[in-house]
Write a protein that binds this ligand. Structure first.
Ligand code: AMP
Length: 219
């Protein structure tokens, strides 16, 4: 049995065509079902639904053989726990977005940086934010949040946020503007290294099919 860890939403939706390329069809809709283990048309493949930030943990410790998670999640996981026994063979080029710094439209970020002001920055992505501002030489007080980051500058909790931006609509709807592009983000395939050895005959073809499907899409 191969167990694939996915998070609901964009990653799940955008992984489906890659699975289809490998002849794998998930038989239940996670938005409708309460099941956490979803069967597929292949009796030897199942999907487990976990929180995005739990995907590396499941794969690393063998709760799943493979998984799909964002580069953001991998960087944060590595900063907190290190990465052991996790093979990252492929950038799937899905769930693309960017990690950015955003502030209220009336906050003069450039001026604050020039002045050497100490900024308060609210984010779920503390490792990425810490590294970015340290490299830039900007002093920051990081405030860890788990969601609705956009609210922080609006309520006076923080001067800035570090968050994922896709269309920019969420920022716009909350009168926030993007002032720094930290990095591009996309989702990666992660594989348990021990499983790769033990289940080689099942996992290698899967990785190869995904690789071909990603290349075909880019062409
Ligand atoms: P948007 O309004 O399209 O710019 O999307 C921004 C909101 O969606 C923010 O709350 C982000 O945290 C979230 N978001 C955007 N892209 C992703 C992604 N690839 N993975 C997870 N969350 C995302």
């Amino acid at each position: 049995m191969i167990t694939l860890a996915l998070s609901k939403g964009r990653i799940f939706d955008e992984t489906l065509p890659l699975l289809a390329a490998a002849g794998i069809e998930v038989l239940e809709n996670p938005e409708k079902s309460r099941k956490l283990i979803l069967p597929t048309n292949r009796p030897d493949v199942q999907v487990v639904l976990v929180r995005a930030s739990d995907v590396p943990t499941y794969v690393e410790y063998g709760g799943a053989d493979v998984g799909v998670c964002g580069k953001d999640t991998l960087i944060e996981h590595e900063a907190e726990w290190g990465i052991n026994g996790l093979f990252q063979p492929l950038d799937l080029q899905i769930a693309k977005c960017r990690m950015s710094v955003a502030v209220r439209a009336d906050f003069d970020y450039a001026h604050a940086v020039r002045q050497g002001a100490r900024l308060s920055v609210a984010t779920k992505y503390t490792a990425i934010a810490r590294e970015f501002f340290a490299t830039k030489g900007v002093h920051v007080d990081l405030i860890k949040l788990y969601g609705s980051m956009e609210l922080a500058p609006l309520t006076g909790l923080a001067d800035a946020i570090v968050d994922l931006v896709s269309t920019g609509n969420t920022l716009k709807a909350n009168q926030l503007v993007e002032v720094e592009h930290i990095m591009d983000i996309s989702s990666r395939l992660v594989v348990n290294q021990a499983a790769l050895k033990v289940k080689q005959s099942q996992l290698r073809p899967l990785i190869q099919t995904f690789t071909q499907a990603v290349a075909a899409r880019a062409a």
